[in-house]
Design a protein around this ligand. Sequence first.
Ligand code: ATP
Ligand code: MG
Length: 601
Amino acid sequence: MTADTESSTRWQTIRKHVAGLPVRPNLVDYDATCATFSWDAARHALAGLPGGRGVNIAYEAVDRHAAGPNADREALRFVRADGSTHSLSYAALAEESSRFASVLRGLGIGRGDRVFSLIGRVPELYVAVLGTFKNASVFCPLFSAFGPEPVRQRLHLGGGRALVTTRALYRKKVAPVRDSLPELQHVFLVDAAGDPEPGTLDLAALMRDAPPYGEIAATQPEEMALLHFTSGTTGTPKGAIHVHDAVTAHYATGLFALDLHPDDVYWCTADPGWVTGTSYGVIAPLVHGVTAIVDEEELDADRWYRILEEQKVTVWYTAPTALRMLMKSGTERAAAHDLSALRFVASVGEPLNPEVVVWGQEALGLPVHDNWWQTETGGIMIANLVATEIRPGSMGRPLPGVEAGLVARDDEGNPVLRGNEALLVTQPDTVGELALRPGWPSMFRGYLNEEERYRRCFVGGWYLTGDLAKRDADGYYWFVGRGDDVIKSSGHLIGPFEVESSLMEHEAVAEAAAIGIPDPVAGQVVKAFVELKPGFEPGEHLRLEIIGFARKRLGPAVAPRELEFTTSLPKTRSGKILRRLLKARELGLPEGDTSTVEVPR
Ligand code: ATP
Ligand code: MG
């Protein structure tokens, strides 16, 4: 085929696919959009603070809608434990968040001061995020399941002056460490009901009495808005600093990667304690003026299917760990629900095994679109798009405005330089360190109190992500593994993702994790930890069968040499498999920072 006919065939396929979709995607012509896109143009699609006073995320997300025809539209729809819902309109959210800003101001909390949250997914959390932005203060969400020590560490590192929480969380997690947090001046309880604990304030009462806030504080695009701690998968969590201009990227990525349209009912399952829950659980959907669903409860397969059905969710953004859990609970459960409103499903956070993409098609009637980004990137960078074919197992292609590359690494894993520029891997299907050209608006502007660590991320004109990937001849990126997780065996570089994905193709396997263990001959060999689906019993026969199955698919050099059954893989609280912990336990080494480890229930 000539290049011309190949491109016209590809176009025909895209046209046919697009014609079959319920709404026309925001991004159809990938190449043309990438060629013409500029971040400045994206900035123009936003309003900016009235009078040219700057940019404020809360204004873009809420007040601008509250002042127009969307005022009465549902901004957030909360689903309670019993399935009933309560909503906040754009107008109500604007009003409430201004009250919160007024409370902050009344207590002398101002520009650049850090406001933390330690609370579940309740309206006050959303009100607090937006109110903090309005007051030019900096928001730092903590995951409500953290124990007292991770809470103390982060509040201390981030210099938190105020905290929004509940009575129970305060008693259990903050009161025991309050004495060691002299900077924490104000603790707001959302459920004080007129009777706050000693040393805390009744938020509802303060909000009721707060004078009008008036104009949103004039924040500049480069002013700090958010502090987000990373998941701690590789070690001690880092505090990534984000600025108000990040909203430009939340807008553009919501448009292109999540394909948000004004009538969408959108559900992001991530907790706002993590960056996904803020960038895509709060900011992006509100900037687009859609209705965002918030589940106040925890993951449960039947509940989730019910929410998709009853709330008529159209766009769903979730994570591989949740999807694998739904898969484990059986396809029949999905079949019992009418999911016909759903038109787009995306996932982030960990590699998405091809098996899950295929399951999506069977169970949900839609494939799952993987995308890649990090706390540091603040927004989606690489994605499978609604208009183009999915390559199961691939993360997709860089979004418009994002320049990605693969930097060559030497034998020690250091980036290779040619003069001042990093040397790029140009051969298709060759491993390099995934890197991004700095300059997108939601890029982190620093690691809090760790200037040197921040500087080390930038080498030879690129931001180095710490992840290894390959790119195929069509520009699709394929995740190989985190730099630290990659296994070197007899000169091969083995990505744990590849091993885990093929293990998951075995009918008995629900989840898998692969690590490298020392071997006198090969340097390292692969060891796999496997969790079985309900109905399968661990045993020697099954162990050998799964190893044999993997050997057939991967070849003996890559397949696990050892395999151990487990009933719960260690994970971060955001649901990521902690290979470093498996490795430390296997080798009898110190476990390192375990502040974000999920305690098995
Ligand atoms: P820490 O930096 O503290 O070790 P973390 O890297 O897990 O924790 P996050 O910023 O929440 O913290 O996660 C980003 C990382 O998650 C990416 O660098 C990548 O390793 C992984 N990741 C995210 N999305 C994907 C994806 N679609 N495919 C593969 N890996 C992904
Ligand atoms: Mg990281």
